[in-house]
Design a protein around this ligand. Structure first.
Ligand code: BES
Ligand code: MN
Ligand code: MN
Length: 472
């Protein structure tokens, strides 16, 4: 018997003995605080890598290894049965976002519990990484276990699970470039995105690119008394706010010159197809507690958050932010600014355009420095290939409803890199929901979604292998 620590103590789903074990294993994985951004968690990140390697060993990979990098390690595993058969490379990440702000979690972020929500009446596991990406990645390990036990796997499989996705995959690019032979495959399979709903399953066909910048405005050589100097000296925070305010025009378009030059515009027909996907604006607003949505003029809510580029301040600081009041003109002000990019925008070029423009906005009396953190290209999955068709068929069988293609707004920079370096396309079989609160407090992943994923993935393999045979 398995006992669960649950807040509502509610598990309204009947699980087989194996399913209970999957759930226990997944929950033990979630207890490891593998926060890649936090240097104090380096050991925990390493422990999570060991955990993944061990899980791959247990399900029968015939070779596994932990590959150190200058950052966090990569876990690699493979099960090669016949070089004449197709090879699927599974990519995922075992690192997670920082849990902050921890006080907003209803239960501790690394003590997984099962609770029900209105979208997850069967229960969902609440923990950092439950969905992004420990839960979704683990579905692939369990799907592999099932296929091995059934003897139904008719292709070669490779796993590459990294520990630096949430901090920009800095060391993965070199690894991929230097290991093309090792990573050679016919298709890459990833569950690190979402789907619309269980009533309308979807397959992600797009990711946005990213350009992540940090800016610093420097004024006087030290913090000053705001009474003695205020009024005569440029205040870096005031200046930074004015500069940021100039980055959008009144139609919420980005003012960086050249920003839209390469943007791929969708045809009216493509936009029409997109608009047919079910979307409830009232529910969207309610779920995040806002009265009104806003964004670039001329585009729908769904277009704004998937096929259009954006610019957002992620954080802004400087001066005095402690308890009470301190009268001060700060010497420096900082902000982290990210831009989500769409196909054809080159993130290096956009970073340069941003730098030039931002510097040109600096008034007299301050200096401005602009630093690029990391970036990546957008990606679009074509739907006219056998891998997409295999995924489509798989979802159709397990959900009983045909999935629709859906462009997503998030970024996985390694995906376009795979295409460039390995010449291989990725299929994004995401099972999370937007409401699963990834990167937020109370992240969770539904038990229905988790087990549906484990059921759907083996069907992808069988259709993919079958379609491959037919085309050969
Ligand atoms: N899994 C997400 C990306 C994602 C989520 C794509 C949902 C589509 C739908 C990934 O872990 C992530 O968070 N990526 C970062 C980018 C990275 C460079 C830090 C992002 O999108 O902010
Ligand atoms: Mn992810
Ligand atoms: Mn993430």
């Amino acid at each position: 018997m398995v006992s669960f620590v649950t807040i509502q103590n509610k598990l309204t789903m009947n699980l087989t003995t194996d399913q209970k074990r999957y759930l226990e294993e997944w929950m033990s994985f979630l207890r490891i605080p593998s926060v890649s951004a936090d240097p104090t968690q380096k050991e925990a990140v390493r422990q999570a890598a060991d955990w993944v390697k061990n899980a791959l060993d247990k399900v029968g990979c015939n070779h596994t290894e932990i590959i150190p990098t200058a950052g966090h390690p990569i876990v690699y595993g493979e099960h090669l049965i016949d070089s004449n058969l197709p090879t699927v490379l599974v990519y995922g990440h075992y690192d997670v976002q920082p849990p902050d702000p921890v006080e907003l979690w209803e239960s501790p972020p690394f003590e997984p519990v099962i609770k029900t929500t209105h979208l997850h009446p069967e229960g969902a596991v609440f923990a950092r990484g439950a969905c992004d990406d420990k839960g979704q990645m683990f579905m692939h390990i369990k799907a592999f276990e099932i296929m091995r036990n059934e003897g139904s796997l008719e292709c070669n499989i490779k796993f590459m699970i990294e520990g630096e996705e949430e901090v920009g995959s800095n060391h993965l690019e070199d690894f991929v470039k230097n290991n093309k032979e090792k990573l050679a495959c016919d298709v890459i399979l990833i569950s690190d995105t979402g789907m619309i709903s269980r009533e309308q399953p979807s397959i992600s066909t797009g990711l946005r690119g990213l350009s992540y910048m940090e800016v610093t405005v420097t004024g006087p050589n030290r913090d000053l008394h705001s009474g003695l100097y205020g009024g005569a000296v440029a205040n870096p925070i005031n200046v930074l706010c004015v500069m940021i305010a100039q980055l959008h025009d009144k139609n919420k378009r980005i003012t960086v010159p050249g920003f839209y030059d390469q943007v791929e515009e969708l045809s009216l027909n493509e936009r029409k197809v997109m608009a047919e996907a079910p979307f409830r604006l009232e529910e969207f607003k309610k779920s995040i507690g806002i009265q009104e949505v806003t964004g670039e003029e001329g585009y729908s809510n769904e277009e704004r958050r998937t096929i259009r580029p954006t610019l957002d301040v992620n954080g802004i600081w400087g001066g005095y932010t402690g308890e009470g009041a301190k009268t001060v003109i700060p010497s420096k002000a900082h902000a982290k600014i990210s831009m989500r990019l769409v196909p054809n925008q080159d993130w290096n070029e956009i970073s340069d355009l941003f730098r030039k423009h931002f510097q040109s906005l600096a008034p007299k009396g301050v200096t401005v420095s602009v630093q690029t953190h990391h970036g990546g290209y957008a990606y679009v999955t074509p739907t006219n290939n056998i891998a997409y068709q295999a995924a489509h068929q798989a979802y159709f069988e397990t959900f009983g409803i045909a999935p629709i293609p859906s462009r997503g707004g998030g970024s996985i920079p390694i995906v376009p890199m795979f295409e460039n370096e390995l010449g291989v396309k990725s299929i994004l079989m995401g099972f999370g929901l937007d409401s699963d609160a990834i990167h937020s407090p109370n992240e969770h992943f539904g038990l229905f979604n988790f087990f549906k994923g484990i059921e759907t993935i083996p069907r992808f393999y069988s259709h993919y292998c079958e379609l491959q045979k037919k085309t050969n």
